[in-house]
Design a binder for this molecule. Structure first.
Ligand SMILES: O=C(O)CCC(=O)C(=O)O
Ligand SMILES: [Fe+2]
Length: 300
């Protein structure tokens, strides 16, 4: 993302009692610095590496993901029926996580990803209907700038495009190298390297209603997205080799993250957020109504 396309990041609020917590209350965004220790970080890296499929030859330009707990489904952007145990290198610090009972409760879906320098993840909104409100991202190995953009007309249009979202198979964005030692099926299904979630690619991002801004996520920090940042903004990582941190160009290094979500129970599936334009639940309802209307018209 060229610098001129960005707006300055909003200033975080800081409580002198907890200087390691930055928050953007208007966005529902919280960043906890040094959430895990260096030892926990080393254990996470060792655990991830040990979990790589033997002889797996990763594409050095693509990110690699591993799933624990409920497995992420790259077809529906929800979860598969597969559940595997959460490894100790994650379970050990989980009790320290801030849990919001009214925002989905404790996470039970864990995606660990490795981003080689230069790689990223396209701007997207994680599926509203499938996961609880609070989304967590723990960064380790290295930091990275994450871009946020208020979803506008363009995002609403894109999310309605066939094969881009709403539980239909998405097109290959060539971004992610998938390997999961736990599931050959997932690898097969994901052969085409499907993007995560409701992807809004940047290539045709023309009409910028509000420019994106970036926030630096340092190694060992925990980002929590709720409210507007979860439901009404896209988040993503621009594929590039450098970031600007405190006005200085910083070379990116390999970054890992654990994305944590809580899977909504069947009776809770749905969404009544304030962002119907980019809400898969509302769009599905909208499309269902349109289909019924068309059927009625046909029968008249
Ligand atoms: O790597 C990250 O911090 C975020 C990944 C993400 O947004 C996702 O998996 O939905
Ligand atoms: Fe995401």
């Amino acid at each position: 993302m060229a610098l001129h396309q960005l707006r300055p990041a909003p200033e975080p609020a800081m409580d002198p009692e907890t200087p390691n917590i930055l928050s953007w209350p208007d966005l529902g965004l919280t960043l906890i610095i040094e959430f895990i220790t260096q030892e926990e970080e080393a254990a996470l890296i060792a655990g991830f590496d040990a979990n790589l499929v033997p002889c797996f030859q990763p594409n050095p330009k693509k990110r690699i993901s591993q799933h624990h707990g409920h497995h992420f489904d790259y077809t529906t952007f929800g979860t598969t029926s597969k559940i595997t145990p959460v490894p100790d290198y994650i379970a050990s610090w989980l009790p320290r996580m801030p849990i919001y009972k009214d925002k989905g409760g404790a996470p039970d879906q864990f995606t660990v990803q490795y981003y080689p320098p230069g790689s990223g993840i396209p701007p997207h909104v994680d599926t509203h209907s499938m996961f609880g409100e609070a989304l967590y991202s723990l960064s380790f190995g290295s930091g990275v700038c994450m871009a946020f953009k208020k979803a506008g007309k363009e995002e609403a249009r894109r999310i309605r495009m066939p094969k881009r979202s709403l539980g239909v198979v998405a097109k290959n964005d060539g971004e992610e190298a998938k390997q999961s030692p736990n599931s050959k099926d997932e690898n097969k299904k994901d052969k085409q390297n499907r993007p995560d979630h409701n992807i809004i690619t940047s290539a045709e991002e023309k009409e910028e209603e509000e420019k994106p801004f970036e926030i630096m996520l340092p190694a060992r920090s925990l980002l929590v997205m709720t409210g507007p940042s979860r439901y009404g903004y896209t988040h993503g990582i621009k594929p590039r080799k450098t970031d600007i941190v405190d006005g200085k160009v910083v070379l990116r290094e390999g970054r890992y993250s654990v994305t944590m979500r809580s899977v909504r129970r069947t009776e809770d599936i749905g969404c009544d957020c304030a962002y119907p334009g980019v809400c898969d639940a509302r769009i599905r309802e909208e499309q269902e109504e349109a289909r019924k209307r068309a059927e009625l018209d046909e029968n008249m």
